[in-house]
Design a protein around this ligand. Sequence first.
Ligand code: GTP
Ligand code: MG
Length: 196
Amino acid sequence: IKVKDAFFVKSASSLEETTPEGISEVAFIGRSNVGKSSIINAFTNKKGLAKSSSTPGKTRLINFFNVLFTQEDKTFNVQFVDLPGFGYARVSRSMKEEWQRNLTRYIEKRVSIRVFVHLIDSRHPFLESDHDVHAYLEKLIRPDQKILRIFTKSDKLKQSDVSVIKKHYPDALLVSSSNKKGIDKALHAIFEMLFG
Ligand code: GTP
Ligand code: MG
């Protein structure tokens, strides 16, 4: 499979502003700064498609991207959804609470979501907050939804760190959006969950 094309569709601040239900969605979830926007760019091979930044709290809206996959002579249309991060955001508490509320409503009410990609910083693979997010997703998913864990920023790891992760998660997908290692494999895993 290949990504043939990808383009920005719209930004929404709440569930009411989202695109109509229909096209299968892949929602990228994880802590602020884990690399959600960057991995969307790596998957689609488009550098500035999703806006990334070294400052946590960059993505503040629910951003929809249309992605066209091709496999042999078939085309598959999917939406990738870049979300604000869980946790840190240098804004007022009330604003932060409103984002989190909108984010939670999208995650819990959006019918079109087929895959939740839970991104975890591979340098901190066992954080309680990620454990909580995973448990939360497991509890809410419907039978037609799946969760895929992906460990980001693998270029920062030593081989011994990789071994620790592999010991706990033998099938762990370790990915670097910087050097593109693991990107193809992770993209195939998402595609399999959607259409396999
Ligand atoms: P928020 O939108 O704030 O929630 O962050 P995000 O999860 O979208 O993270 P983003 O993609 O903006 O990346 C955050 C920072 O990590 C940026 O400085 C990226 O360049 C960097 N980054 C992302 N992926 C990688 C990676 O694979 N390796 C390395 N070394 N840095 C990365
Ligand atoms: Mg982002």
